[in-house]
Design a protein around this ligand. Sequence first.
Ligand code: NDP
Length: 330
Amino acid sequence: SPFDAAATRYDDVPFQRAGASGIPLPRISLGLWQNFGTGRTLDSQRAILRHAVDRGVVHIDLANNYGPPYGAAEATFGTVLDSDLRRYRDELFLSTKAGYDMWPGPYGDGGSRKYLMRSLEQSLTRMRTDYVDVFYSHRVDPDTPIEETVHTLADIVRSGKALYAGISNYPADLTRRAHDLLAAEGVRLFVHQPRYSLFDRTPEAELFPTLRELAVGSAVFSPLAQGLLTAKYLDGTVPADSRAADSRFLDASALTDDYLERIRGIDGIAREAGLSIPQLAVAWVLRDPVVTTAIIGASRTSQIDDAVAASTSPLSDGVIEALEPFAAGV
Ligand code: NDP
């Protein structure tokens, strides 16, 4: 059946401008790292993408190697763009990336011009679109001069195949360097994509102060620590329908005594605040405006609803303070 996006789709999730750019992003974004490869049905994937658009979650985050297998998430997205979302293409804000291993040999990994340019072409073909909104260098490649990587990002923006440039997993000093090199070419560093959650506060020390100073936005990933910041592992076992049961990136070894102690403490605070654990965890990353948007993953549509609800539930100072003993150190 043809897809008509809900007329109310911009009523649910607030938008916030990314740094000093002209672009507001929904404070909840959807990432297709997991759940969009060949291991799930196209129907479930379509339902999640449609639901995201219906709720205003129009920023959709991809990378060349999301799957499994590599490329599959972009191909799934392209299929759904054709079947359901084509007429909404310009309402969507799509990102993709290159940086980690994608194809064999030295030109399918890292930060070279050859890899970034050819990977973006392949991504556009899989995604069935002639442009993405953001193209990211997915990681620092210590073997490629940063000048080469950043000059390539600037060329990509000038080509119109991506409208904005981003970097992911770059430390604060190289973020500043990338920003300055782009600025010298008249291109603004649009967004940084770091990992950030109650269980990983690394960006608070150096990256966030740098982003504030440079007026660059952030799209933070794994705000639920891949699902650890939910109630599903509270009893120390792995439910069959959870990521820890079927992903090579998370397994039962994450359910340590230290984790269980923290998550039970967080659960108590969430109950008192009248929120679920994932709602509390998402609201927590959004408490600081240096975070433009939280990129969640979703294995079912209700998880999008939880995050959207969190985006309009600011935490009190008392709740933020109460979480400190259970959060990671900065
Ligand atoms: P999350 O921390 O949001 O984890 C998402 C998973 O948690 C879901 O797939 C689901 O897993 C579970 N979950 C989510 N919401 C709920 C809920 N309300 N209740 C119960 N369980 C829930 O983010 P991801 O780790 O998936 O990362 C999000 C995105 O960030 C990626 O898709 C990608 O776009 C980006 N990313 C970027 C990286 C980078 O290097 N730049 C690296 C990693 C991610 P389940 O139901 O299966 O248990």
